[in-house]
Design a protein around this ligand. Structure first.
Ligand SMILES: NC(=O)c1ccc[n+]([C@@H]2O[C@H](COP(=O)([O-])OP(=O)(O)OC[C@H]3O[C@@H](n4cnc5c(N)ncnc54)[C@H](O)[C@@H]3O)[C@@H](O)[C@H]2O)c1
Length: 444
């Protein structure tokens, strides 16, 4: 009988504990978390209790964990964007195969260092491009690989971030400021750019990008607006970004998220995302206290945010296909939508609460709806899907679906898009990739 693969968890936050730790709880025959490194004592204790981890295997910092002789076969690294490279490099050097949250690094040099360490040590470095592991994106990939669309001439891909999610993560929250985390095109769209790399084998030749922070700026609030929604804001009831409406009475959350939040509270369960980001305690009082003092109660027009709220990227592929990516934070609902127009058929798809893939065949006028397996975990099944694949890769049963080098390409596209946007230039991708090679040579 197969034994579960032992793993260590570095960073027991939203992703580490909830998205990946939950896999080990659901599939104990497959994976077991045997050690945790997490500075927050409450989070560390929660994970230790859930996974029955001995005190001696709980650490307040990843350095304490990686300096021990190897404690397990694999390491899950789910620290914040700017804290990926040092623990991932140390873990690979200590012999761990690594599942690393995206973006792999917030700098080009960091990404290259990771790829090189993976290749020098021979360890697996699987970057959490979780979409690839969900039934929807696998089905889309199969259709595109089958060739039934003919030659693909144009692709439109939209990343529609819901307005309240934009306010939560990219105005008030962890990814609001590029100097503290990473540019939004990297943080949010390295997934979408990775899907492009996966689905269209022709590399990007040239790329341009436009976008800005248009709405969430101080000049869009009058002097009568207080710094916090809880400070008697005169427009609180009508403001779509009211922190009270999102986190206290849930009127601004999507109905299914609001219902789940009500249920969790009534049952005394821990809060689910996005409430889980504010406080582990699932009470009105705990969240109100957080809104009165923490980042999530701030007026969206009075934050230290600087990441864009919309950005487009135009890409010309070597084979002549044109691809447009539109990312924005003003959508009524969270979803991705796309359209592939080929010489034999048009494919339209949406990925979100109601996912679908439809193919319109030019020759027959036939319209086909592609059947999709229901998903059971976050990101349309991708969160648990990547864990299942990582475990099988560590066991040596399969090759990882993506190598660290493949993941580098989506990150290069994001860095190039940011350069094109901020400098107003068209980026020549072969020359941009040469820059990555130069970084590589400079490092080793
Ligand atoms: N794959 C996806 O689709 C997806 C979705 C959301 C977020 N992410 C990424 O996942 C990563 C984590 O995001 P999150 O929302 O879980 O963040 P988080 O802040 O909830 O969790 C990060 C954890 O790392 C811990 N930490 C900090 N310093 C540490 C140290 N020295 N040693 C060990 N742990 C340390 C923090 O205390 C925190 O608990 C980010 O890079 C984010 O961009 C990926």
């Amino acid at each position: 009988m197969k034994q579960p693969i032992d793993l260590v968890l570095i960073g027991a936050g939203q992703r580490g504990a909830l998205a990946y730790g939950s896999y080990a709880l659901a599939r104990p025959e497959d994976a077991r978390i045997v050690a945790v490194a997490e500075p927050d004592p409450e989070r560390r204790k929660r994970v230790a209790d859930q996974h029955d981890i001995d005190d001696a295997m709980c650490f307040a910092d990843w350095r304490e964990l990686t300096s021990r002789s190897q404690l397990a076969r694999g390491a899950i690294i789910a620290t914040q964007d700017q804290d990926h490279v040092p623990p991932a490099v140390a873990a690979m050097q200590a012999g761990y195969d690594v599942l690393l949250e995206k973006p792999m690094a917030h700098t080009l040099a960091g990404c290259v260092q990771l790829v090189q360490t993976a290749e020098h040590t021979g360890r697996i470095l699987q970057v959490c491009h979780v979409l690839r592991y969900s039934p929807f994106w696998r089905a889309l990939h199969e259709v595109l690989e089958s060739g039934r669309l003919g030659d693909i001439i144009t692709v439109e891909h939209r990343e529609n971030v819901a307005f309240w999610h934009m306010a939560h993560s990219f105005v008030r929250g962890n990814w609001r400021n590029a100097a503290l985390s990473s540019p939004m095109i990297l943080a949010k769209c390295c997934h979408d750019l990775d899907i492009r790399v996966w689905n269209l084998s022709s590399p990007v030749q040239r790329l341009s990008s436009f976008g800005s922070l248009r709405h969430f700026r101080p000049e869009n609030a009058g002097p009568e607006i207080p710094d916090r929604c809880t400070d008697g804001c005169p427009v609180e009831q009508s403001c779509p970004f009211s922190a009270i409406g999102v986190y206290l009475d849930f009127r601004i959350l999507p109905p299914e998220t609001a219902r789940q939040s009500e249920k969790d509270m009534a049952a005394g369960n821990p809060p689910s995302w996005p409430l889980s980001v504010l406080s582990a305690e699932n009470t009105h009082a705990a969240r109100l206290a957080e809104l009165q003092s923490g980042p999530y109660g701030r007026c969206v027009y009075r934050c230290d945010n600087d990441v864009v709220d919309h950005q487009t990227v135009s890409m010309e592929l070597e084979n002549g296909t044109s691809v447009v990516l539109v990312m924005h934070g003003h959508s009524n609902e969270e979803h991705r939508s796309m359209r592939y127009d080929g010489t034999r058929a048009t494919l339209r798809a949406r990925f979100g609460h109601h996912s679908e893939i439809t193919i319109h065949d030019h020759g027959t006028n036939h319209i086909e709806q592609i059947p999709l397996d229901p998903s059971t975990s976050g990101h349309g099944g991708g969160d648990h899907g990547i864990m299942a694949d990582f475990i099988r890769a560590v066991r040596g049963e399969i090759a990882p679906l993506t190598s660290a080098r493949t993941s580098l390409e989506s990150h290069l596209l994001a860095f190039a898009a940011e350069e094109a946007r901020t400098h107003g230039t068209i980026v020549d991708m072969p020359a941009f990739r040469t820059r990555a090679d130069e970084v590589t040579q400079a490092q080793f």
